[in-house]
Design a protein around this ligand. Structure first.
Ligand SMILES: Cc1ncc(COP(=O)(O)O)c(C=O)c1O
Length: 374
């Protein structure tokens, strides 16, 4: 089965990991710092913290933003459930705002309409790698006195109005899951410019431990002393995986370029197919494409999904509206809440897109799809 996404791991990646395995550090050592500083080259210099997954990154971001019981977090339903689940786990009430019908990204007006005195954070999702409308979302967040978070699990290396993802929100999160543009097997990162947010994120990633005597309540306890002021977790990404990440970042420009080439090629080859809507793209973004999301009209998405899979082509659907998950339904969220997201979901199909996809593989995908739709 041709997958919809997969990692590209080469000998240079394997060598980088093996070198760390032969060294003194397995967990938190020099490879972590190195990975974080290499990653910051992609965020316009905004500091990065490596964590164990994109989900952990979101959990850390909400903790750093001070999200807790009684707060509300506004986000998109067209995302992996983790974007909302991690806010709910902090005790917040998630408010789902609808998406723009063409990009599938959080609609700033819809987000604005949900702002209340309890809004603590607004979380955009850069669906498929296409950055959300951050200037408008920034205005909404500022007016609300809320923290702006960017779930950039799909968009490492993307830019919006010539500004890199990572520099657009107060806190940005990445995922390095194998289908993503850069992988560390499991992994993620949190990005923040404000020293207070960065320090809070760093502390939550490491059990909440306070090591600096100047900040401790009982610094006289002894040289071994460390103390916890607010609960945290162990979300540290180990040296071994950071070494893979650094090596992968060295290949990111090539990954981006090949994904862009395949994306444009799909655009050309699929143009004019009946019942098919190709992905939208704003003129002011430069995406690192994670997905190639087409929309299949005429109520034929499920049939197309099944026939493509039967033809050995591993298409995917991204995403079930987050509040359709029973855990949200049980909390009283009802279908119909975000009509544009539901309409998008009803038609969406992600075609295979990854750097090692050959032109011949892609031709096969296009032929299979054309066969079904024409
Ligand atoms: C939009 C989005 N947010 C969050 C996540 C969670 O990332 P991870 O799988 O690394 O925990 C993913 C990945 O599945 C995602 O696609």
């Amino acid at each position: 089965m041709l997958p919809y996404g997969r990692q590209s791991v080469d000998e240079s990646d394997i060598r980088a990991v093996a070198e760390v395995l032969r060294g003194d550090w397995l967990t938190t050592g020099p490879a972590v710092t190195r990975f974080e500083s290499e990653l910051a080259r992609w965020t316009g210099g905004v500091p990065c913290l490596a964590v164990t997954s994109g989900t952990a990154a979101l959990h850390v971001a909400y903790a750093a933003a001070g999200v807790g019981a009684g707060d509300e977090v506004i986000t998109s339903p067209l995302t992996f459930v983790a974007t909302a689940a991690t806010a709910a786990l902090r005790g917040a009430r998630v408010r789902f705002a609808d998406v723009q019908p063409d990009t599938g990204n959080l609609d700033p007006d819809a987000a604005s309409a949900l702002v209340t005195g309890r809004t603590r954070a607004i979380t955009a999702v850069d669906y498929a790698g296409h950055p959300a409308d951050y200037d408008e979302l920034r205005e909404v967040a500022s007016a609300a006195g809320a923290v702006l978070i960017g779930d950039a699990a799909h968009s490492i290396g993307s830019a919006y109005k010539d500004r890199p993802v990572g520099s657009l929100a107060d806190l940005t999160t990445f995922s390095f899951f194998p289908t993503k543009t850069v992988t560390t097997a499991e992994g993620g990162a949190v990005v923040a410019a404000a020293p207070g947010l960065l320090a809070a994120a760093s502390r939550f990633r490491n059990h909440g431990l306070v090591r600096d005597p100047a900040e401790q309540r009982d610094p006289g306890e002894g040289g071994w002393h460390q103390e916890v002021h607010a609960f945290g977790l162990n979300y540290r990404l180990p040296d071994v995986l950071c070494a893979l990440g650094t090596s992968q970042l060295g290949r990111l420009a090539a990954f981006r370029a090949r994904r862009a080439e395949l994306f444009d090629r799909y655009d050309r080859l699929l143009a004019g197919l009946p019942g098919l809507t190709l992905p939208a793209r704003r003129p002011y973004v430069s995406p690192s494409w994670h997905l190639y999301p087409v929309r299949i009209g005429g109520g034929r998405r499920r049939e197309t999904y099944e026939r493509m899979r039967a033809a050995g082509i591993g298409v995917q659907v991204n995403y079930l509206p987050a509040y359709w998950h029973p855990v949200f339904a049980d909390l009283g969220y009802r279908r119909g809440l975000c009509p544009a997201a539901e309409a998008y979901y009803a038609e969406e199909l992600s075609l295979p897109l990854f750097p090692a996809l050959t032109d011949a593989d892609q031709d096969r995908v296009v032929e299979a799809l054309a066969d079904i739709l024409s």
